[in-house]
Design a protein. Structure first.
Length: 285
């Protein structure tokens, strides 16, 4: 994996894109081992590509490869593109409140190597989970939040995150983030919402689902935007329920969905499998 590079491309669809990309990589001794593509329309659509290639035998440096790709291929096809390297795992932080299920799932999967990232810290507005986090050898920071110090709290968290955090995971962080906090991390904050969005946006979705008498409950992982629970959806899952389930039953059942849905979304982001297109995502899994 340390020799793997990933190329993501979004551009107007037209003939010759795949040929140009693969020919360029071949000319620099890159071995392509995985390629996915999608177009929104056969004529005049938007083209998406995710490509994995191996780097040990490149005949130029990574920096020169990227500069040349931009000049030779990307400019020609008006591409929005990026190359990332598995040998440079994303610096990741988790924000959490009191619920531990989503957090512990992330910690466990990072420890066993399923989520390949550099998990730098866990930040919480409560101190309840400090022992669980430090048991995994991860730094824990308690940053209290109340209505009178919200801006100061966000400043403290932003200072902890610094300029080099690549991904922020909201593992049931029960605070609404301001636009000032979100703006430095476009499509780099993933939230788990305990509802099958767009149903039951906001607080207490299980109680509202119970009152509505739904037969399905769900969980949604999405990127965070300034509009509450309206960001591009990455992954969802559902479970069937009956009239015999009360609100506590729904919460317990939903917790399992939340854990797995968040973990899948984080994994796909870490592996550069997600392309955002407006308020939608293209996910190559």
């Amino acid at each position: 994996m340390n020799n793997t590079a990933r190329l993501l491309i979004t551009c107007p669809d037209r003939p010759g894109i795949v040929s140009a990309v693969t020919t360029f990589l071949y000319s620099h001794n890159a071995n392509i081992n995985d390629l996915d593509q999608h177009s929104t329309d056969p004529e005049g659509g938007t083209f998406f590509m995710r490509l994995e290639f191996q780097t040990p035998h490149l005949n130029v440096s990574k920096e020169s490869l990227e500069e040349s790709f931009g000049n030779v291929v990307a400019d020609r096809f008006d591409m929005d593109w990026q190359i990332s390297y598995a040998s440079e795992p994303k610096r990741t932080a988790v924000l959490v409140s009191k619920h531990d299920h989503a957090l512990l799932e992330i910690l466990w999967r990072v420890q066993r190597g399923d989520l390949k990232c550099n998990l730098t810290q866990v930040i919480s507005n409560h101190s309840d989970l400090e022992a669980e986090v430090t048991a995994f050898g991860i730094p824990f920071h308690h940053v209290p939040v109340d209505k009178d110090n919200r801006e100061a709290s966000e400043d403290a968290i932003l200072k902890l995150l610094g300029d080099d955090t690549d991904l922020v995971i909201l593992a049931r962080y029960m605070q609404i983030l301001t636009a000032r906090f979100i703006s430095p991390f476009p499509n780099r904050i993933i939230n788990i919402h305990h509802s099958f969005l767009p149903a039951f946006v906001g607080a207490n979705p299980y109680a509202r689902a119970y009152d509505k008498g739904v037969k399905l409950i769900g969980a949604t992982a999405h990127y965070v935007t300034e509009e509450l629970d309206e960001g591009p959806i990455i992954e969802q899952d559902v479970a069937r329920v009956t009239h015999r389930r009360n609100v506590d039953n729904l919460k317990n059942l939903g917790s399992d969905l939340e854990r797995t849905v968040l973990a899948r979304a984080v994994k796909w982001h870490l592996e550069d499998r997600i392309l955002v297109h407006g308020n939608k995502t293209v996910v190559f899994t």
